[in-house]
Design a binder for this molecule. Structure first.
Ligand code: GUN
Ligand code: ZN
Length: 430
């Protein structure tokens, strides 16, 4: 886009991680703020009056009392599960076999993959999510469909071909060699093109032979600047199964570690039932953990130790995990993170929840130098939140004494109706 746009509203900016700095020091609120957008980037953030005086030529978009924040970053999702979200009544392995694998088989058809990719981005953008890190299916065309759709919308996005060579139905299995070859070809076609990154994606240890995990490790060693995503310690019966499949492994993480899949740039979805060794090793490796709270409640997986791991200094992202997760909304996901925190005895502050959904997830994806913050030089992926989007939220927010009390009802009760406007690389969508 050409020219300058000055967006007016309330602004919240983070100076530090609110898990490690007091909220007053970590976050700054300006009730009459503004964000200057130029050439798809944030050119300035500051008081509206001063920025208007300094940039009289800028087109003004006045969002009134809406809260301007960085667009949401969903650090773990399965776009192919869009159409089976909210499927009733199974635990993880049953749920995969009953709902997920049959649906993923349909992505052998590139036209179906393209239809669902378009539907998926319609839903995530309506919810204010401007970057997702998604699994695709084993079909290379499912990756092409996802990236082509993201690219046509100017989105920053991360994804990879999901690799599985055992314990999956006929039609959803590749081999160690074909997974390596297909992943490498897709990586070479898409990684670093426009705003896209390729993630090396072994689904999880139960569906990969040691040979396939080794092939993924070899590929990652060749392309260490690519992220690597997989699942770790989601359900207790899954962990028992992993110990049977890998009798020599010290623990679940070791099944990845033994094949070169633990290091900076790794993203471990769920990571709920970790041993002390796993926690220490993940931290030492500076690998990222991804908290998927609606999914963990929906599939009955358990309570992720957000507070403890956050204080320990782990790199942690927040994610919907659609369609194991029950929502496309990162607001709903923040609410679930709050509820799971409460069940764990730690009330996460609204600043921590918003930080996780933006800067924290961007940091988990190692994209925090580009997205996740309202700050000069960042790509202009921005959301305007209406903090009074429903009568129930409005009547509670009317009593608020500070920005956190004003925001929290939208975190707990808000949905796509709260998303007043979304900018992708500076371009307004609505
Ligand atoms: N573990 C392996 N695959 C999946 C998946 O698709 N969803 C969830 N929630 N867990 C998984
Ligand atoms: Zn997942």
């Amino acid at each position: 886009m050409t020219g300058k746009t000055l967006v007016l509203g309330q602004t919240l900016t983070f100076q530090a991680d609110p898990f490690h700095a007091p909220v007053e020091a970590a976050a700054r609120h300006d009730p009459a703020g503004a964000v200057l957008i130029e050439n798809g980037r944030i050119a300035a953030v500051g008081p509206a009056q001063a920025l208007r005086a300094d940039h009289p030529e800028a087109a003004v978009t006045d969002m009134g009392q809406a809260l301007l924040t960085a667009g949401f970053v969903d650090a773990h999702a399965h776009y192919p599960q869009t159409a089976i979200i909210a499927s009733w009544g199974k635990r993880l392995i049953d749920w995969l076999n009953t709902y997920t694998f049959p649906e993923e088989l349909r992505f052998a058809d590139p036209a179906y993959a393209a239809e669902i990719a378009a539907r998926y981005f319609d839903l995530t953008l309506a919810n204010g999510t401007t970057t997702v890190c998604s699994y695709c299916t084993i079909h290379p065309a499912s990756v092409d469909a996802f990236f082509a759709e993201a690219q046509s919308r100017g989105l920053r996005a991360v994804a990879g071909k999901t690799c599985m060579d055992r314990n999956a139905p006929e039609g959803l299995r590749d081999t160690a060699q074909s997974a390596y070859d297909d992943s490498k070809a897709l990586l070479e076609a898409w990684h670093g093109r426009d705003r896209l990154s390729y993630a090396i994606t072994p689904r999880f240890s139960p569906t990969s032979t040691p040979d396939q995990l080794a092939a993924m490790g070899a590929l990652w060693a060749e392309f260490p600047d690519c992220p690597m995503q997989t699942h770790l310690s989601e359900q207790t019966d899954e962990i028992v199964w992993v110990s049977e499949l890998f009798p020599d492994a010290r623990d679940y993480l070791d099944t990845y570690e033994a094949h070169g899949l633990v290091g900076p740039g790794a993203l471990f979805g769920h990571s709920i039932h970790l041993t002390d060794r796993e926690r220490a090793r993940l931290k030492e490796a500076d690998a990222a953990l991804v908290h998927c709270p609606t999914s963990n409640a929906f599939i009955g997986s358990g309570l992720f130790d957000m507070h403890g791991l956050g204080l320990d200094g782990h790199r942690i992202g927040l994610a919907t995990d659609t369609g194991g997760g029950s929502s496309f909304s990162m607001l709903r996901t923040m609410a679930a993170a709050y509820e799971i925190g409460q069940l764990n005895g730690a009330a996460l502050h609204p600043a921590q929840l918003l930080w996780l959904a933006t800067a924290g997830s961007a940091r988990a994806l190692r994209l925090d130098d580009r997205i996740g913050s309202l700050a000069t030089g960042m790509e202009a992926d921005i959301v305007a939140l209406n903090l009074a989007s429903t009568p129930a939220i409005a009547q509670r927010a009317a009593r608020a004494e500070d920005i956190w009390q004003a925001l929290f009802p939208t975190i707990m009760m808000g949905d796509d109706r709260a998303v007043a406007q979304v900018w992708v690389a500076g371009r307004a969508l609505h």
